[in-house]
Design a protein around this ligand. Structure first.
Ligand code: ADP
Ligand code: 5GP
Length: 224
């Protein structure tokens, strides 16, 4: 919550100062631990929210409109695409998926952060549309053997799917240099801590701290 900057007001937390939110992108080769880190971040940090995509596919049982996806018909999706209302969109298995701008833009203004769990192509598109609000973090596995162990250990995929994921993982790794930060996920707690530190530091960037101007003005005006 932004506070009125009465000259005597004492700031005790940086949270007291209004800031613009950011778009926090986590990418990694499949199996590295991106989903694990993302879930923990969403659970432990009250200021970051999952980005909700729009899709033309039908809701699955239990899916909630506005939480899992914004479910749209094809005509509405096309209209939004034409009107440039998506940061990016793509057709996947015959359905359209996209990241709507309006919801995120409004949240950023209120100081909310949004977490994106997307690949390097999505990252590039988001960055092209809104570089100043984007923070790009890439997770790497400690070794190829360990990556294979994690994919196998997750127990969700057949061996041929794992082989295909290993090939894709190598392709993903080659895009490591399109990110602002790279963290090796060897020890989960350590990796999580480092990801949190990045988020904290990025929130403190002067350009995002829109409440600084009135605050500093108050400091300069105040008499001891
Ligand atoms: P991704 O979303 O990148 O595909 P997941 O988060 O699903 O990866 O993680 C893949 C598997 O590896 C999961 O079983 C997860 O519990 C495990 N895992 C994640 N991070 C670590 C780690 N640092 N050490 C050991 N296992 C991990
Ligand atoms: P599902 O229908 O299983 O929820 O998702 C199918 C695919 O759509 C997944 O591979 C997912 O990554 C992709 N997807 C979901 N949301 C978006 C989005 O906003 N943009 C793009 N480009 N792909 C998305």
């Amino acid at each position: 919550m932004p506070v009125e900057h009465h000259p005597d007001h004492i700031i005790t937390h940086t949270h007291d100062l209004h800031r613009r939110g950011l778009m926090f992108i986590l990418s990694s080769p499949s199996g590295t631990g991106k989903t694990t880190i993302a879930r923990r971040l969403l659970a432990e940090d009250a200021e970051i929210f999952s980005s909700v995509s729009a899709t033309t596919r039908a809701p699955r049982p239990g899916e909630v409109d506005g939480e899992d996806y914004f479910f749209l018909d094809a005509a509405e999706f096309d209209r939004m695409a034409e009107a440039d209302e998506f940061y990016e969109w793509a057709e996947v298995f015959g359905n359209c998926y996209g990241t709507p701008k309006a919801h995120i833009r409004a949240g950023l203004k209120q100081g909310k952060d949004f977490l994106f769990d997307i690949d390097w192509q999505g990252t590039q598109q988001l960055y092209q549309k809104d570089a100043q609000d984007v923070v790009r973090v890439f997770l790497l596995p400690p070794s190829i053997d360990e990556l294979q162990r994690r994919l196998t250990g997750r127990g969700t995929d057949a061996p041929e799917v794992i082989a295909a994921r290993m090939d894709r993982a190598r392709a993903e790794i080659s895009h490591w240099d399109a990110y602002d930060y790279v963290v090796v996920n060897e020890d989960l707690d350590e990796c999580f801590e480092q990801v949190r530190l990045i988020l904290t530091a990025e929130r403190l960037r002067r350009k995002r701290q829109t409440g600084l101007i009135p605050f500093v003005r108050g400091l300069l005006r105040a008499k001891a």
